[in-house]
Write a protein that binds this ligand. Structure first.
Ligand code: ADP
Ligand code: MG
Length: 391
């Protein structure tokens, strides 16, 4: 459009973000620290990012007036929430640079397309995904091979933190589980023997240049990320190297621009498979805020603004503890109270990040605690003490 700024967008420009959750909040912090103005679109008038942004549009993601206002306010727009309708990003892209592109987000939003992308990239990435079948109708269901059992039925859309997933042992259980979804499109995945889970964050610029962060080892509890560790004892070096190559190929394969996280499983036989990807910074990348010389949010700003990317350097071993709302309740009590922050912050190398959510709920992501230090043993000791204090 006439009067549009060209890339690179320098500080003083306005960066927009679709979604006002904690990832948007940390993007806004990074953008503002570098001297950008920010605009957030989120339906919630009290969203974590909206509350700290220069501009906050509270409207539905597909509200065409709000999208028009956002594209006039912002010089470029990104997303922080993978379920922002890809159509909203496509609409914005008619007026303003958008990264990641609607097409890339649409692939990541749909497990069927996402797995097809992993399969398509497997020659370049060196890895595939778990054996799976697409179930979109009764014929697909009837054709499922028992080789995929025991398996996990996952809804193709809108799943996160283990939501939308059902373990199934038999074909009869599978049929019942698919009924229970309301017969929405799903994938059935074979349940694999996991030795560990890891993820890799890549940032790729408009010019195709890509950089990555050191791979994370992740521990989930109840389908939600609980702990991330990044240090030289966290992952076998060969696994880390294969993960990096695969994540870069997966980003390259869709001409991705922005920050992308790819999650992997390492199986008991040492092989690696791609699990899913997120078209944005990722919970497992929060360690970068305190353990690296540039964070995943800084790189989100740079990829969006078209600024140079530099290879991140991790300067400290790191452990991240996710802080779920459960920690705000003493055992057996419904009374919300503050966790033992003063004691936790007395431990060496603790960095507390809270997302400004006033109401704690069990399973709700309230913040995270990064722990850094001179050596792995010290970081592990502090993490164990912090976990004990938080109970
Ligand atoms: P979400 O979108 O909820 O993160 P994932 O597909 O990553 O969905 O699944 C959540 C967790 O469930 C994974 O991190 C892993 O621990 C477990 N899981 C998922 N798929 C499999 C599988 N095929 N085999 C074994 N465990 C799995
Ligand atoms: Mg996952």
């Amino acid at each position: 459009a006439p009067g549009r700024k060209t890339l690179p967008l320098l500080p003083g420009s306005t960066l927009g973000v679709m979604g006002g959750g904690q990832l948007g909040r940390m993007f806004v912090h990074a953008a503002q620290a570098t001297g950008y103005f920010t605009a957030v679109l989120d339906p919630d008038p009290d969203s974590p990012a909206g509350r700290i942004s220069h501009h906050h549009l509270h409207a539905d993601y597909l509200d065409s007036d709000a999208l028009g206002r956002l594209s006039r306010l912002a010089d470029a727009v990104t997303t922080e929430f993978e379920n922002v309708p890809a159509q909203a990003l496509a609409t914005l892209a008619g007026d303003v640079p958008v990264a990641p592109a609607a097409d890339a987000v649409a692939i990541a939003q749909d497990r069927i397309r996402e797995k097809a992308h992993f399969v398509r990239c497997s020659a370049a990435s060196g890895i595939g995904c778990a054996p799976y079948a697409v179930i979109e109708n009764a014929d697909h269901l009837a054709a499922v091979s028992a080789d995929l059992l025991p398996g996990i039925l996952k809804t193709a859309r809108m799943g996160y933190d283990g939501k939308g997933q059902q373990g199934v042992q038999t074909l009869a259980e599978l049929a019942a589980a698919w009924e229970a979804t309301g017969r929405v499109p799903c994938v059935l995945e074979k349940r694999l023997p996991l030795a560990l889970e890891c993820s890799v964050i890549v940032a790729r610029g408009h010019d195709g240049q890509a950089v990555h962060f050191p791979p994370q080892r992740n521990l989930h509890r109840g389908g939600i990320l609980a702990v991330t560790e990044v240090h030289d004892q966290a992952l076998p070096p060969a696994v880390a190297a294969r993960g990096v190559e695969a994540a870069r190929a997966i980003a390259e394969g869709i001409g991705y621009v922005g920050v992308l996280c790819v999650e992997f499983f390492m199986l008991e036989d040492g092989s690696l498979v791609a699990n899913e990807m997120a078209p944005r910074p990722h919970n497992s990348g929060h360690y970068t805020m305190d353990a690296c010389d540039i964070s995943q949010f800084d790189l989100q700003v740079r990829t969006l603004a078209g600024l140079p990317l530099v290879t991140p350097r991790q300067h400290s071993p790191a452990i991240m503890l996710n802080l779920l709302g459960d920690l705000w309740f003493a055992e057996g009590s419904d009374q919300q109270r503050d966790p033992a922050w003063a004691q936790v912050l007395a431990l060496p190398g603790t960095h507390l990040h809270l997302y400004g959510k006033t109401e704690a709920r069990r399973g709700r992501k309230m913040g995270h605690l990064n722990i850094t230090g001179a050596d792995v043993a010290g970081v592990r000791a502090a993490a164990a003490q912090a976990a004990a204090l938080l109970g």
